[in-house]
Design a protein around this ligand. Structure first.
Ligand code: MG
Length: 325
């Protein structure tokens, strides 16, 4: 198989602020795999705080040699063994491989994974933290979506929620992005959020405060989802007692193949599931959408948050991404 790759800067509509960090664009690498006249495309999205970048991705891809197509599993095993980490660029290869395989066999990706489109969850739409005046404008972008995602984890969390609640009654999902350091305060905040029609909280505390998460889970008024605490299959055993569910992202899981294994494992352990994303184009988002019907929640909003998606945006119907044959 021939492998080619190129870089792309995905420009955000609004500077993106989370608990400890702000940015205006996200570096991507697109991977093109071709063989037998068929081309598969994959994507790596690399927000700088995750440690990958264009240079590390290119250096990794120089080492990927696929002499001939054997099986997806076999190829990905070899790719994963090239080096530790590099999860996003591994995902790019994985997505391109699945794209190629499904095109060759003329089968939609969601059917390959035996996902039932009837079970597609709503996709939440992330509203960045801002002043009430700006939020009143921004909230119009959330019109086609049924759920709003809010990033908390700063001094004025209640003020942010109250501001949103003064302009919208939509269900809110909260991502604290490791921003709460004190378990009692986190528990009190979660009680309050539950009274404000919030559905769950993602990554309330830092990854290393696992003992606090055991306590918090035991008395939390809302389900708690692991994001930064659970990136790959091997992490699920470590977080299963501290969280009610996990957020799977292809850029963390090294792609679809391992994401499906994570879904199966999480179900075995009675964990809830959400599928999320980094700042990705439609390439990564449509790949994740193929697994979304197997999850309880979806957070696949990035194509609607960028100004230069090089592909068409996914089709959104009744707040859900439509899976096309
Ligand atoms: Mg998160």
């Amino acid at each position: 198989m021939k492998i080619e790759f190129k870089e792309y800067q995905l420009a955000l509509n609004y500077p993106f602020k989370i608990a400890d960090y702000t940015r205006t664009s996200t570096p991507l690498v697109f991977v093109h795999l071709s063989d037998e006249g068929i081309e598969g495309i994959g994507e790596a999205s690399m927000p700088p705080y995750l440690g990958e970048n264009i240079e590390t991705a290119f250096a990794f891809l120089e080492k990927v040699k696929i002499d001939r197509f054997s099986s997806i599993e076999e190829i990905l095993k070899v790719v994963d063994a090239i080096a530790d980490g590099n999860n996003a660029v591994k995902a790019a290869v994985d997505i391109a491989l699945h794209h190629w395989y499904c095109k060759k066999h003329n089968i939609p990706l969601y059917k390959y994974f035996q996902s039932d489109p009837a079970n597609m969850p709503y996709t939440s739409f992330t509203l960045g933290i801002d002043t009430k005046e700006v939020l009143k404008e921004k909230i119009k972008d959330a019109d086609p979506f049924h759920r709003i995602k809010i990033k908390l984890g700063s001094e004025n969390d209640k003020e942010i929620i109250n501001t949103i609640r003064s302009i919208s009654n939509k269900e809110i999902v909260v991502d604290a992005n490791r921003g709460w350091k004190n378990k009692e305060e986190a528990a009190a905040m979660i009680d309050w959020l539950a009274s404000k029609n919030c559905l769950f909280v993602e990554q309330p505390m830092p990854v290393d405060q696992f003992e606090d998460m055991l306590w918090l889970k035991s008395r939390s008024a809302l389900p708690l989802f692991a994001d930064e605490s659970c990136k790959r299959l091997k992490d699920i055993e470590l977080v299963k007692d501290g969280f009610h569910g996990i957020n799977i992202k292809l850029m963390n899981s090294t792609g679809l193949h391992e994401a499906q294994k994570m879904i199966n494992k999480a179900r075995e352990l009675n964990l809830q599931l959400m599928i999320g994303c980094m700042s990705e184009s439609s390439c990564g988002i449509l790949a994740a959408a193929a697994l979304a019907p197997q999850c309880d929640y979806a957070d696949l909003d990035s194509p609607w948050m960028v100004s230069n998606n090089p592909f068409e945006n996914p089709v959104l119907k009744d707040g859900k991404i439509e899976l096309l044959d």
